[in-house]
Design a protein around this ligand. Sequence first.
Ligand SMILES: Cc1ncc(COP(=O)(O)O)c(C=O)c1O
Length: 366
Amino acid sequence: MAYPVNPAVLQTDIVEHGSTFDHAILDFSASIICQPLPLEKLLTGLELHRYPDSESTAFKSAAAGFTGLKVENILPGSGSSEIFLYLALAYINNESRVGALEPAYGEYRRVTQLAGGTCLTFKLAENNDFKIDLQLLQEWVERERIDVFFLTNPNNPTGQLLKQDDLLQLLAEFPRVLFIIDLAYHDYTGEKLDYRRLTADNVFLVHSLTKNCGLAGLRCGFTSSTAENIMNLNRIRLPWNLNSLAQAAGCWVLENHALCLRKVSELKQEADSLRNFIAGSGYSTIASQTDYFLVKCENPDFIASELLKRGIKVRNTASQGLPGYLRITVKEPEQNLIFRQRWLEICVEIGCNQSLRLNCDKNKIR
Ligand SMILES: Cc1ncc(COP(=O)(O)O)c(C=O)c1O
């Protein structure tokens, strides 16, 4: 019999993330840019047999420069996932009522379970294209007596953004609620955030550098808040939590952020174009502020498996609490062209629109 474990562990879902490592599959399920790094330069002088700088000093300076905050306002993380765990350990206990959007990213629920808290969700309305209705959200936070709220902005998988003024209003309205604002996809929106105005006792901003800056494999991110909040979180942080190469690459992407932003904006345009194309094939889609968007399908499993047979992986959002939809994340233009062709083949095969046959020939990839 297994050794008795902390009961909260048994309540916690096991991590499920569906990355594919098969290069024959085009992965339209994950949002990641491919920003080439000057690896030789970054590796020069890195002594990989030695421990990394446990304080990530240079990386914190780069993050402070990037946000216009001070190094005391920055805590590094091996991706934002590590930071969510630290935040849950620091601020959630078995009396906590923890809010999140529905649908949303699943890690908030997992870290809440692990810390013994209760996760409650604010359901986004399909008939409002899953937009975040500020008034309704505020009423809900009040009614449900929420202590901690995880807000993905823009949200995954819906791609909807709560603009900075609305966000500031929400944060000011509930000074006793701790807001953890996940900015993993914010670069796609083109909105310029004023990080100083967003620094408050009841707010942690979580900045991932994995998707928008292409460091998913290296694992890198940070959170920003008031110096006192960061000092408390630092008590939990593991020593050497950012490896040496992640620290060097993190500095580089923050100092060369304009390059990443250019890629991000190209992908956003690709997403708009692919979404229009899919809408033109007779499917209803939801406009998004990011490089992914939702497609409503009667049978998402069937379409996903037909695409997979043709070498394309997409995400069925049922796993995120939204049945009846696929989430499609665009890739580079040539890959998006292949996607169009495969999509049309399926449309023709299931006879959803006979006039597509013509389009299908036009889009043929050889
Ligand atoms: C909304 C959201 N936040 C955070 C993450 C994880 O980011 P990181 O790679 O920085 O841990 C994901 C990953 O899919 C995500 O969708």
